[in-house]
Design a protein around this ligand. Structure first.
Ligand SMILES: [Zn+2]
Length: 123
Protein backbone atom coordinates (compact mmCIF):
# COMPACT_ATOMS: atom_id res chain seq x y z
CA UNK A 1 0.00 0.00 0.00
CA UNK A 2 1.53 3.22 -1.16
CA UNK A 3 -1.08 5.80 -0.19
CA UNK A 4 -1.96 7.76 2.88
CA UNK A 5 -4.68 10.39 3.19
CA UNK A 6 -4.79 13.95 4.46
CA UNK A 7 -7.69 16.23 5.28
CA UNK A 8 -5.92 19.51 4.76
CA UNK A 9 -6.80 23.18 4.50
CA UNK A 10 -7.18 24.52 0.96
CA UNK A 11 -4.46 27.11 1.73
CA UNK A 12 -1.70 26.80 -0.88
CA UNK A 13 1.02 27.52 1.66
CA UNK A 14 0.51 24.29 3.56
CA UNK A 15 0.22 21.80 0.67
CA UNK A 16 3.84 20.91 -0.05
CA UNK A 17 5.08 20.96 3.57
CA UNK A 18 2.26 18.60 4.59
CA UNK A 19 2.73 16.25 1.63
CA UNK A 20 6.48 16.00 2.21
CA UNK A 21 5.99 15.43 5.94
CA UNK A 22 3.46 12.64 5.39
CA UNK A 23 5.52 10.86 2.74
CA UNK A 24 8.23 10.53 5.38
CA UNK A 25 5.93 9.90 8.33
CA UNK A 26 4.01 7.04 6.76
CA UNK A 27 6.63 5.86 4.26
CA UNK A 28 4.33 6.34 1.27
CA UNK A 29 4.79 7.77 -2.18
CA UNK A 30 1.34 9.29 -2.62
CA UNK A 31 -0.75 11.50 -0.35
CA UNK A 32 -4.45 11.56 -1.29
CA UNK A 33 -5.55 15.09 -0.42
CA UNK A 34 -8.99 16.28 0.66
CA UNK A 35 -9.11 20.04 1.06
CA UNK A 36 -11.56 22.46 2.63
CA UNK A 37 -11.07 25.87 4.26
CA UNK A 38 -10.44 25.17 7.96
CA UNK A 39 -11.34 21.45 7.86
CA UNK A 40 -10.71 20.86 11.60
CA UNK A 41 -13.53 23.19 12.48
CA UNK A 42 -15.86 21.61 9.91
CA UNK A 43 -15.24 18.15 11.39
CA UNK A 44 -15.29 19.34 15.01
CA UNK A 45 -18.57 21.25 14.82
CA UNK A 46 -20.30 19.21 12.09
CA UNK A 47 -22.95 21.89 11.55
CA UNK A 48 -22.87 21.39 7.77
CA UNK A 49 -23.90 17.74 7.33
CA UNK A 50 -23.55 17.82 3.54
CA UNK A 51 -19.99 19.05 3.80
CA UNK A 52 -19.09 16.41 6.39
CA UNK A 53 -20.58 13.73 4.11
CA UNK A 54 -18.61 15.08 1.18
CA UNK A 55 -15.36 14.77 3.15
CA UNK A 56 -16.22 11.24 4.28
CA UNK A 57 -17.16 10.21 0.75
CA UNK A 58 -13.75 11.31 -0.51
CA UNK A 59 -12.03 9.61 2.39
CA UNK A 60 -13.87 6.38 1.56
CA UNK A 61 -12.46 6.43 -1.96
CA UNK A 62 -8.94 6.78 -0.61
CA UNK A 63 -9.50 3.93 1.86
CA UNK A 64 -11.39 1.55 -0.43
CA UNK A 65 -9.70 2.18 -3.78
CA UNK A 66 -6.20 3.07 -2.64
CA UNK A 67 -5.98 0.98 0.51
CA UNK A 68 -4.99 3.94 2.66
CA UNK A 69 -4.64 3.02 6.34
CA UNK A 70 -3.11 6.26 7.59
CA UNK A 71 -4.84 9.61 7.90
CA UNK A 72 -3.78 13.09 9.00
CA UNK A 73 -5.89 16.16 9.80
CA UNK A 74 -4.25 19.57 9.56
CA UNK A 75 -4.55 22.92 11.29
CA UNK A 76 -2.27 25.86 10.56
CA UNK A 77 -1.16 29.36 11.41
CA UNK A 78 -3.13 32.23 9.79
CA UNK A 79 -6.00 30.02 8.60
CA UNK A 80 -8.56 32.10 6.68
CA UNK A 81 -11.15 29.33 7.02
CA UNK A 82 -10.78 29.08 10.79
CA UNK A 83 -9.44 32.44 11.99
CA UNK A 84 -9.13 31.65 15.70
CA UNK A 85 -6.05 31.30 17.89
CA UNK A 86 -3.85 28.24 18.08
CA UNK A 87 -5.47 26.92 21.28
CA UNK A 88 -8.93 26.97 19.77
CA UNK A 89 -7.68 25.37 16.58
CA UNK A 90 -6.04 22.64 18.68
CA UNK A 91 -9.39 21.91 20.30
CA UNK A 92 -11.03 21.67 16.87
CA UNK A 93 -8.21 19.40 15.73
CA UNK A 94 -8.65 17.05 18.69
CA UNK A 95 -12.42 16.93 18.20
CA UNK A 96 -11.97 16.26 14.49
CA UNK A 97 -9.57 13.40 15.27
CA UNK A 98 -11.98 11.89 17.80
CA UNK A 99 -14.83 12.05 15.29
CA UNK A 100 -12.73 10.42 12.56
CA UNK A 101 -11.47 7.71 14.91
CA UNK A 102 -15.11 6.85 15.60
CA UNK A 103 -15.76 6.53 11.86
CA UNK A 104 -12.53 4.73 10.87
CA UNK A 105 -11.48 2.49 13.73
CA UNK A 106 -8.87 0.66 11.63
CA UNK A 107 -6.89 3.72 10.60
CA UNK A 108 -3.97 5.40 12.27
CA UNK A 109 -5.12 9.01 12.58
CA UNK A 110 -2.80 11.86 13.52
CA UNK A 111 -3.06 15.64 13.83
CA UNK A 112 -0.60 18.09 12.28
CA UNK A 113 0.04 21.74 13.03
CA UNK A 114 1.77 23.98 10.46
CA UNK A 115 3.37 26.99 12.13
CA UNK A 116 4.25 30.52 10.96
CA UNK A 117 7.48 29.20 9.41
CA UNK A 118 5.44 26.58 7.52
CA UNK A 119 7.09 23.86 9.56
CA UNK A 120 4.99 20.80 10.27
CA UNK A 121 4.71 19.28 13.73
CA UNK A 122 2.66 16.37 14.99
CA UNK A 123 0.25 17.21 17.79
ZN1 LIG B 1 -6.47 27.37 6.41
Amino acid sequence: MNFCTVINCMDGRVQLPVIHYLQQRFGVEYVDTITEPGPCRILAERTNAALVQSILMRLNISVEKHGSQNLAVVGHHDCAGNPVNRDEQMQHLQQAIEFLRGQYAGMEIIGLWVDEQWQVEEV
